[in-house]
Design a protein around this ligand. Structure first.
Ligand SMILES: Cc1cc2nc3c(=O)[nH]c(=O)nc-3n(C[C@H](O)[C@H](O)[C@H](O)COP(=O)(O)OP(=O)(O)OC[C@H]3O[C@@H](n4cnc5c(N)ncnc54)[C@H](O)[C@@H]3O)c2cc1C
Length: 467
């Protein structure tokens, strides 16, 4: 039986922590419970700002012994706000922030509370990079454990394909290391299985010698979208691995560096990233530039962290976000026609649709080699209704749902877990496909009571119903 949560038990947890334990009163609580997506408004029971493994272990034991829901928070960016939950103990890893680069071994060990901006800052000093996402304020924790898609996916694979080992606090409070050689079942599950298996306090990544990239957006008139998409669907799957390009519908922000004639214009675009030296990159871009002259061509040499943080100013924390996603094998003419229709109806300046290629190096990893199953899909598609004003919540939600409903029939089935909000158990199963059964068995081994269930939840094998 669980013990009631008393003031004395809370005091004992407080005393056991080096980090701060925040209770539901005052400004500190309201600040600490904010996540990136302002549509999420959760009121946890306690927020523990952990500074080390001992703090995390104390929190996990406390939650388990007091039958308290646990939420694990790294960067707080999760689409569905799964770094926080009502009435939960939030294990906030943000203070565990360090990046140790070993230039000789070409590895980086990263604390569980780092953002990708923290990692890029540390690794770029050595002319190296870890493949990650497209916004530097995203947490390393959630992005990595869900897979990790970004500008370097075609060259280096998913973020998990570059993960060498993790330090984990398990549901029983024990600390273990997991890698291909140590607790390999746990490591397999953590490579795509999200926060289901424990609290990761450190990640060790393989580094790539990537310093300057030839990269940036090319934007085209929306009236050209159908032609561009038809060209892009063939071009990108046959492109060299050194070239990545994700497709977007967007509205041009009304300010510099964008030319005034494009301000607030709905457009389509491809955000390129080429890892070849400039002269060779310019050769690779000749057919791209020859196909159709872009209305705006911002592609050129850039330090890698500049590309990684290029969109940060457009998407600060505190906007309203509504997400829907799918994996896509083919972009048929019919699907493209639907895309063009919804692009014309983009409801707000921040709302957008992205198609991220997951071919190239990411597709050369087998479907069962990691928990991340959709290695044979060509794109991860995401439509997001986004706006600063809560009054527009219904408008952005409706556009996203309608857009998703129109495109879902052309999709491959599941969706990238990191782009999903709360879509239920069947959708999670569809996402992991043939890997779900093994994930459920590993969950039963490491977290039999489903202590870690504020996530895209994998039920422990043998569990009869949702915990
Ligand atoms: C603006 C924006 C841009 C994005 N761009 C990309 C992109 O380019 N590529 C991409 O792949 N994804 C992208 N994402 C999605 C992103 O990967 C997910 O939202 C991810 O969950 C964010 O991780 P976080 O640590 O910031 O989230 P949090 O909200 O802190 O955590 C999310 C979940 O991850 C788990 N978790 C986090 N850290 C740990 C840990 N250390 N140990 C155990 N479990 C943990 C927990 O289950 C938690 O519920 C983007 C999201 C946003 C909002």
């Amino acid at each position: 039986m669980s013990k009631p949560l008393t003031e004395s038990s809370i005091s004992s947890l407080k005393a056991a922590l080096r980090g701060r334990l925040i209770e539901p009163t005052g400004q500190a609580y309201d600040d600490a419970r904010k996540v990136y997506n302002a549509m999420i408004d959760k009121k946890p029971r306690l927020i523990a700002q952990c500074v080390d493994v001992a703090d995390v272990s104390a929190c996990v034991n406390f939650a388990r012994e007091n039958n308290l829901l646990v939420a694990i928070r790294s960067g707080g960016h999760n689409a569905g706000g799964l770094g926080i939950a009502d009435d939960a103990l939030v294990i906030d890893l943000a203070p565990i922030k360090y990046t140790c680069v070993d230039p000789a071994a070409q590895t980086a060990t990263v604390g569980g509370g780092c953002t990708w901006g923290d990692v890029d800052h540390a690794t770029h000093a050595f002319g190296m990079a870890v493949p990650s996402g497209i916004i530097s304020t995203t947490g390393v924790g959630g992005l990595t454990l869900g897979g990790g898609i970004g500008h370097l996916t075609r060259k280096c694979g998913l973020t998990i394909d570059n993960l060498l080992s993790v330090d984990v606090v398990l549901a029983n409070g024990n600390f273990v290391r997991a890698s291909a050689d140590e607790n390999p079942d746990l490591f397999w599950a953590l490579c795509g299985g999200g926060g289901n298996f424990g609290v990761v306090t450190a990640f060790t990544f393989k580094l790539h010698k990537i310093d300057t990239v030839y990269a940036g957006p090319m934007l085209y008139e929306l009236s050209d979208a159908v032609d561009i998409m038809k060209w892009y669907r063939k071009f990108i799957v046959n492109a060299p691995d050194d070239l990545n390009g994700w497709f977007a519908f967007l509205t041009v922000p009304p300010g510099p560096p964008f030319p005034e004639n494009l301000h607030l214009k709905k457009m389509c675009g491809i955000i390129w990233c080429c890892t070849e030296p400039q002269a060779k990159a310019e050769e690779i871009f000749k057919p791209i530039r020859a196909f159709k002259k872009p209305a705006l061509d911002f592609v050129g040499p850039l330090p890698q962290p500049a590309l990684q943080s290029m969109f940060d100013p457009i998407y600060p924390p505190g906007l309203q976000w509504y997400w829907r996603a799918d994996f896509v094998n083919e972009l048929s003419d019919e699907a493209i026609a639907q895309h063009a229709r919804f692009a014309r109806e983009l409801p707000t300046m921040h709302s957008t649709m992205h198609l991220y290629p997951i071919n190239g190096a990411a597709a050369r990893v087998g479907k069962t080699e990691t928990a991340w199953n959709y290695r044979d899909a060509n794109w991860a598609q995401v439509m997001v209704g986004v706006d600063p004003d809560p009054a527009n919540k219904e408008k952005i939600t409706k556009w996203t749902k309608d857009y998703f409903d129109a495109l879902h029939p052309y999709s491959a089935g599941g969706a990238y877990v990191n782009f999903m909000m709360d879509e239920g158990e069947d959708r999670v199963k569809a996402t992991y496909g043939e890997n779900y059964r093994r994930l459920a068995e590993i969950k039963a081994k490491y977290d039999p009571t489903n202590l870690f269930r504020v996530n895209q939840n994998i039920k422990p094998a043998g569990a009869k119903r949702a915990a």
